[in-house]
Ligand binder design. Structure first.
Ligand code: ARG
Length: 463
């Protein structure tokens, strides 16, 4: 005899119900309720297929499909009583279906298992997230493009080692992020393409002896095809890991951008003003306007990296096929997805609202001997010096200017000639930052003409 407290879905061989601690460690309903819509879509597709294949009657399938919609609306309207004893979303939904439609509900689980069911539900969820991230990335890229277009020829310092290196344009700097987010978009789209195979019908691990039509369920759920190996279909979570991998790289890009915004908005730099809408004040220092959104983007990235490492670790030692360890996949992905979407939206808001301080950018670009390379190039081009010698002469001129407390264009011609006698007045043309950026016309360079071409190219790509 089965104990009354044993599980109503699988308790046939059990004489007693689970210990409270067993129930606590085993249940996933606390988090996998987020898969409700996907679970119900999967079950509705499965029910329709069972009828089409003659495995259940049309009448039963119709009752299941209708009943499942009722369950969905109960969940969506917050009227559904989730039960921990029923472990997860799959059994909660099925048990409720039984209450609503009675016996036909018991036929729904023909030719499938929770193993292919959960893999299908989770794939559908991850696929939706990939699409959401895709949209958010495009939105953010448009915000960067607008900044780039407005400031295609605004001059700012370009850094290496966070030391002034050479002048670049604001537009060029913004477009660097468009390239990064563009690759993130590519990764998201690649992942979606690769993952779009349907596990449903793989059953527990070996397939089923029922004459199911996997093509039909795959199509109904928007998959490109059914997964070709039932063991693989129920036991890999590489699709979730690809999502986390792509999310991690994107998050890394967001974090670098966030770091730049923190630096740029500081009183020492004043390259940008962030809008009030994306800043906070201090409760004690009235002058403060803090870039909290940027800081939180920078920090949240840790959770996304963490999720990636956590799920890799869950998966790495599992023998085929399904193991309960894999239930630990969901919370990591949910948290990473939520935080990535939040970070993308916050970055989009900040970029849209921020004002670049053109004059400060220009002034900073002109300091720190930023056109020293232009000077060295001039010595090569006009005086025919070998680059090594030109580098040395320029270094001496920088030292001279530094000693005088001025910048390179402030040195007199006599000062210049004291270091190299053949230098002429014409050198001053290349010492200006506008000329410097305008001269960098090589493909991918910072010249405003090149930047505008890239803005145009990306506008066409994004449509
Ligand atoms: N809640 C489970 C999970 O998320 C569903 C699959 C359970 N399968 C099983 N054989 N116990 O992985």
């Amino acid at each position: 005899m089965t104990d009354k407290s044993s599980n109503q879905m699988w308790g046939g061989r059990f004489a007693a119900g689970p210990d409270a601690i067993m129930e606590a460690i085993n249940a996933s309903i606390g988090f996998d309720k987020r898969l409700a819509a996907q679970d119900i879509a999967g079950s509705r597709a499965h029910a329709a297929m069972l009828a089409a294949a003659g495995i259940v009657s049309d009448k039963d399938a119709e009752a299941m499909r209708e009943g499942l919609l009722t369950v969905l609306s109960e969940i969506e309207e917050g009227r559904f009583a989730f039960s921990t004893a029923l472990e997860d979303i799959h059994m909660n939904v099925e048990a409720r279906l039984k209450e609503i439609i009675g016996d036909p509900a018991g036929r729904l689980h023909t030719g499938r298992s929770r193993n292919d069911q959960v893999a299908t539900d989770f794939k559908l969820w991850v696929r939706d997230q990939l699409d959401a991230v895709d949209g958010a990335l495009v939105t953010l890229m448009r915000a960067c493009l607008a900044q780039a277009e407005a400031g295609a020829d605004w001059v700012m310092p370009g850094f290496t080692h966070l030391q002034t290196a050479q002048p670049v344009t604001w537009g060029h700097h913004m477009m660097a992020y468009v390239e990064m987010f563009g690759r993130d978009l590519g990764r998201v789209r690649d992942a979606r393409k690769r993952m779009n195979e349907c596990p449903l019908g793989a059953a527990a691990l070996a397939g089923t002896s029922f004459p199911i039509d996997r093509q039909m369920t795959a199509e109904a759920l928007g998959f490109d095809r059914p997964a070709a190996n039932s063991l693989d279909a129920v036991s890999d979570r590489d699709f979730a890991l690809e999502f986390l991998g792509a999310a991690s790289i994107c998050a890394m890009h967001l974090s670098r951008f966030a770091e730049e915004l923190v630096i740029w908005s500081s009183a020492q730099f004043r390259f940008v003003s962030l809008s009030d809408r994306f800043s906070t004040g201090s409760s004690i220092m009235p002058q403060k306007k803090n870039p909290d959104a940027a800081e939180l983007i920078r920090a949240k990235i840790g959770r996304i990296f963490g999720a990636n490492v956590a799920l890799m670790t869950v998966m790495k030692g599992l023998p085929l096929a399904y193991s309960k360890d894999m239930q630990e996949d969901k919370e990591q992905v949910f948290d990473a997805a939520d935080n990535l979407m939040l970070a993308l939206a916050a970055m989009d808001g900040m970029v849209r609202d921020m004002t670049a301080n053109k004059d400060n950018l220009r002034a900073a670009a002109a300091s720190g001997f930023s056109t020293a390379t232009d000077l060295a190039d001039w010595l090569v081009r006009v005086l025919g010096l070998p680059f090594r010698e030109a580098h040395h002469v320029t270094g001496s001129l920088v030292a001279l200017a530094e000693g005088k407390g001025c910048d390179l264009p402030d040195l007199s011609l006599a000062d210049m000639q004291s270091v190299h006698g053949e230098i002429t007045e014409a050198v001053y043309d290349v010492l200006g930052v506008e000329n410097s950026v305008a001269s960098r016309t090589s493909y991918g360079g910072t010249a405003p003409v090149r930047v505008r071409e890239q803005v145009q190219r990306w506008k066409e790509i994004l449509g």
